[in-house]
Design a protein around this ligand. Structure first.
Ligand SMILES: [Fe+2]
Length: 494
C-alpha cells in the first residue's frame, strides 16, 4: 500500500469542489476493485481510478435534484419508488461545487490500471497490460485474467497510476479462488445477499454482513440485486452522473471495499439498481432509459452482455443466475389479456436444457425475485404473485423435475424458507442487508408453506457443499447481520 502523503479531505469544501474537475497529481482507488465472473480457468478484475483515496465524508453537501414536467414545465414532487418518464431534470450543488464534492462521493479520475496476479506463494507474477481509464468510462477498466489454474488460490495486486511517468502507482491487494473442475470434488462455501441501501448502513463503515460473510471465507459470493437504490433516499438518481454517484459511494464503503477485493463476486441486477421500482425493458425515468441503466450496471459490476448464466463449481455444485428484468413482458397494463412472461421463453428453455445437461450433484437456482413465495397479495412483480401465476406454475413444475435442486431468492426484505405446496420446490429468501432495511411482511405466524420465517431483521445466506463417499451434502444456513446462524438445513444428495 502506498502511504497517503497529503489528504485533500480537510481542505475547504470550495477547493474540494474545484479539484473535482482539475487534473489529479496522483490517483487512487477509493472504490477498491472487484473480482468477478470467475470460472475454473478465467476471472475478470474490475478496477476504478479515483481522484482521492477515500470517499468524501457522508455529511457533506448533497445535490438538489428537481423534476419538471417536460410539456408544461410544472414542478413534479419527488417520491421514492416511482418513475418520472416525461420529465426534465435539474441537479444543483451549492455554488462553486460540483458533484464530485458531494457527501459520500468518490469521483473518478483519468489514469491507467493493471493487474498483477499469481498462484498464492508462487515466485513469479503475471501481469495484464496497463490500460487507460477515462472519465467517460467513470475511471473503470475491466481486466481479463485468462489461463488460470482450476481450484487455485490467486493473489492479486491492482495498480493505478496517472500515466506512464507516474513512478509510484497506488496499489491494492486481494485474493480469490478459481472454480474446481467438474471432475474435482471439493468442499465449497458460498454466500448470497441482497438489497443494500446506502441510507440503511449498520456500521459507520458500511454493512456488518460483509465482515460476517468474509469470516466464512466463501469461495464465491452472489449479490442477487438491488445493489443500489436509484429511486430512494435524498438523492434520487435520475441522470447517468447521479447513477454513477450512487454506485461509487456504495463501493467506497470500507466494509464493501475490503470484502470485494478478497472474494469473487457474481452480480445480478434487479429493479432499483437498474432504474426504479418494478421497472422493465420499456421503462424510463428522468434522463435514464432502462437500456442506459443496464449499461451502467454492466459498467459498474462487470455483468456480461447476457445476464443469465450458469456456473459450475466442482463436481458437486452448479448455480444458475436468472435474469429477472430484461425479458419481462413490456407494458403489463396494456396486455392484461394474455399471460405475461417474467423470465421470457428463451431463458426458460435455456434453464430447462442446462438443468437437464447438468451432471452436478446439487443445483442451486439464484433468482432476483421469488419463484415460490409466499408474497403479499398487493404485489405484481414475481412468480409468487397472482399476475404471474400461469408462467410461475410452469417454472415450478420444470424445477421440480430435477433432483437436489434449491431456489435462493433475493428481493424480499425478510428471511424465509418455504416449500411450494404443489411441487415441493424449496425457496430460501436471504433477507435484506441490514435490519433497518427489513420490512414488507408483517405476519408473525408462519403460513403452512413456511418452514422458517424471520421478519424485522437483516442477514444473508451461506451454503456449504461437502463431498461424501456416495455423493455430497449441502448445508444451507440463514444468518443474521453479525453472522449468527438463525436457521439451517442439511441436504444429502439423492
Ligand atoms: Fe429491495
Amino acid at each position: 500500500m502506498k502511504t497517503e502523503t497529503r489528504s485533500l479531505l480537510p481542505l475547504p469544501a470550495l477547493l474540494l469542489g474545484l479539484l473535482g474537475s482539475a487534473v489529479a497529481a496522483e490517483v487512487h482507488q477509493a472504490t477498491g476493485f472487484k473480482i468477478v465472473n470467475v470460472t475454473s480457468t478465467s476471472a475478470e478484475v474490475w478496477t476504478r481510478v479515483t481522484l482521492r483515496a477515500a470517499a468524501n465524508p457522508a455529511n457533506g453537501p448533497l445535490p438538489r435534484v428537481e423534476v419538471f414536467e417536460a410539456k408544461t414545465g410544472q414542478p413534479v414532487p419527488l417520491r421514492e419508488n416511482r418513475m418520472f418518464p416525461d420529465a426534465r431534470i435539474t441537479v444543483q450543488m451549492p455554488p462553486g461545487l460540483d458533484l464530485g464534492a458531494a457527501g459520500g462521493a468518490a469521483p473518478a479520475a483519468a489514469g491507467q490500471t493493471r493487474v498483477r496476479f499469481r498462484v498464492k506463494g508462487a515466485a513469479q507474477w503475471a501481469e495484464t497490460a496497463w490500460r487507460d481509464a477515462s472519465i467517460e468510462r467513470d475511471g473503470i477498466v475491466l481486466h481479463a485474467l485468462p489461463g488460470l489454474l482450476p481450484a487455485a488460490r490467486y493473489e492479486v495486486v491492482v495498480q493505478a497510476r496517472r500515466n506512464a511517468s507516474d513512478g509510484g502507482p497506488d496499489e491494492q491487494a486481494g485474493e480469490f479462488k478459481t472454480a474446481p473442475l467438474p471432475t474435482q470434488s471439493e468442499r465449497v462455501v458460498f454466500c448470497v445477499m441482497t438489497c443494500q441501501k446506502y441510507e440503511r448502513q449498520d456500521r459507520p463503515d458500511g454493512l456488518a454482513i460483509y465482515p460476517a460473510m468474509g469470516a466464512l471465507r466463501p469461495d464465491f459470493f452472489v449479490n442477487t440485486g438491488d445493489v443500489v437504490y436509484f429511486d430512494h433516499g435524498p438523492v434520487i438518481a435520475l441522470t447517468p452522473a447521479l447513477a454513477r454517484f450512487h454506485w461509487a459511494r456504495m463501493f467506497a464503503l470500507p466494509t464493501l471495499r475490503d470484502f470485494h477485493r478478497n472474494h469473487s463476486s457474481f452480480f445480478m441486477k434487479d429493479d432499483h439498481d437498474t432504474l426504479a421500482n418494478d421497472c422493465g425493458p420499456a421503462s424510463r425515468s428522468g434522463e435514464l432509459t432502462y437500456a442506459e441503466g443496464v449499461r451502467i450496471f454492466r459498467e459498474q459490476t462487470g455483468l456480461p452482455e447476457v445476464a443469465n448464466r450458469t456456473v459450475r463449481w466442482g463436481r458437486d455444485l452448479q448455480v444458475w443466475l436468472m435474469e429477472g428484468r430484461d425479458y419481462r413482458s413490456p407494458d403489463r397494463e396494456a396486455n392484461r389479456g394474455s399471460a405475461p412472461t417474467l423470465w421470457g421463453p428463451a431463458q426458460i428453455k435455456w434453464l430447462g436444457e442446462t438443468l437437464t445437461a447438468s451432471t452436478a450433484t446439487f443445483r442451486v437456482i439464484l433468482t432476483t425475485v421469488p419463484v415460490v413465495g409466499p408474497d403479499r397479495s398487493n404485489k405484481d412483480d414475481n412468480y409468487a404473485n397472482a399476475g404471474f401465476a400461469v408462467e410461475g406454475s410452469k417454472v415450478r413444475a420444470l424445477l421440480a423435475r430435477h433432483r437436489n435442486l434449491t431456489v435462493i431468492t433475493g428481493d424480499r426484505h425478510w428471511q424465509y424458507v418455504s416449500a411450494d405446496p404443489a411441487t415441493s420446490v424449496n425457496e430460501w429468501s436471504v433477507g435484506p442487508a441490514s435490519a433497518a432495511h427489513a420490512g414488507g411482511w408483517d405476519e408473525k405466524t408462519p403460513r403452512p408453506e413456511h418452514r422458517f420465517l424471520r421478519t424485522g431483521h437483516g442477514g444473508f445466506l451461506s451454503g456449504v457443499v461437502t463431498p461424501t463417499a456416495s455423493g455430497a451434502s449441502l448445508e444451507l444456513r440463514l444468518h443474521d447481520t453479525d453472522g449468527r446462524v438463525v436457521y439451517r438445513e442439511q441436504k444429502v444428495s439423492r
